[in-house]
Design a protein around this ligand. Structure first.
Ligand SMILES: [Zn+2]
Ligand SMILES: [Zn+2]
Ligand SMILES: [Zn+2]
Length: 283
């Protein structure tokens, strides 16, 4: 399995548009790994997690041909994770050619919210109606906590997230490796931990929205992400030799990449960056 991080920022991207805080100023100056697009990931070139607003700039920069995607996993419909303007271009009105069927897995709540946003782009559009699913060439897979679906050779399992109602984390397995995409989230719920005990993961990408010492809502900060990772390792859910990456980083209290990496290394995890490709299993 190969996982490509298409974006690793929280909702505001990094640097944030009008901000001159130390992190944003460092990002303008240093560039490179400190420039972060809104979060999204690509597995093996054909499974995309979150069709966010920055997926096309990531595709251009990292040679990720999203036309090849046969599966879209949508964690939730917040605007940093779902750009209805991209999905709507599958309609014949946009004159697309060679559109392949796309399996879309998300919670029923997320599907409803995606549908509302699509209808702002195209009046009447609804993901819940067969006619529009057909026009968009989408096969819908509504998933709730604990549900698994077999999609294009992958087994995808939905895990609840207390980030927002209907938000999901996904375990993606291709028979070779298993990977947990865990943004956006707060502390993993007891039900999530119980479900995850059935897995031996090769990798996790986990929410790391706030820097050390910053207490914000709906997400994890650096200490909390480190604690969740340590817990997953202690439970054996993260296998020995598995890799743990922080993603969905905002500017709040966040030092630049090099400094943040040092902090993370000392606590047994790594900081992801846009364009990072990880091969699994790592050994
Ligand atoms: Zn987010
Ligand atoms: Zn800032
Ligand atoms: Zn969110």
């Amino acid at each position: 399995m190969e996982v490509t991080f298409l974006g690793t920022a929280a909702a505001t991207a990094c640097p944030m548009v009008f901000c001159s805080c130390p992190m944003c100023s460092a990002a303008w100056k240093r560039g490179g790994k400190d420039l972060r697009r809104r979060s999204s990931a690509l597995v093996n070139g054909d499974l995309i997690i979150d069709l966010g607003p920055d997926v096309m700039t990531a595709a251009f920069d990292f040679g990720a041909d999203i036309r090849k995607a046969s599966v879209l996993l949508q964690t939730h419909a917040h605007s940093d994770h779902f750009d209805a303007g991209h999905l709507i271009t599958r309609l014949p009105e946009y004159a697309p050619e060679g559109i392949r069927p796309l399996d879309l897995a998300a919670s029923p709540e997320t599907i409803r919210r995606m549908s509302e946003r699509l209808s702002l782009e195209e009046p009447g559009a609804s993901l819940e109606k067969a006619e529009w699913q057909e026009r968009l060439k989408l096969r819908l897979h509504p998933l709730r906590h604990g549900d698994s679906a077999a999609l294009s050779g992958y087994t995808v399992t939905a895990v609840e997230s207390a980030h927002d109602s209907g938000a999901l984390l996904f375990v993606v397995s291709d028979g070779e490796a298993a990977f947990l995409y865990a943004t956006d989230t707060v502390r993993l719920t007891d039900r999530a931990m119980d479900l995850l005990k059935g897995f031996r993961l090769d990798m996790i990408a986990i929410d790391h929205t706030y820097g050390p010492g910053v207490r914000g809502g709906g997400h994890l900060n650096a200490e909390q992400a480190a604690e969740e990772i340590a817990l997953l390792r202690a439970e054996g859910i993260l296998k020995p030799g598995s890799r743990a990456f922080a993603t969905h980083l905002s500017h709040e209290g966040m030092p630049p990449y090099e400094e943040m990496s040092e902090y993370a290394r000392a606590r047994g995890y790594e900081i992801a960056w846009d364009g990072l490709r990880v091969r699994l299993p790592s050994r």
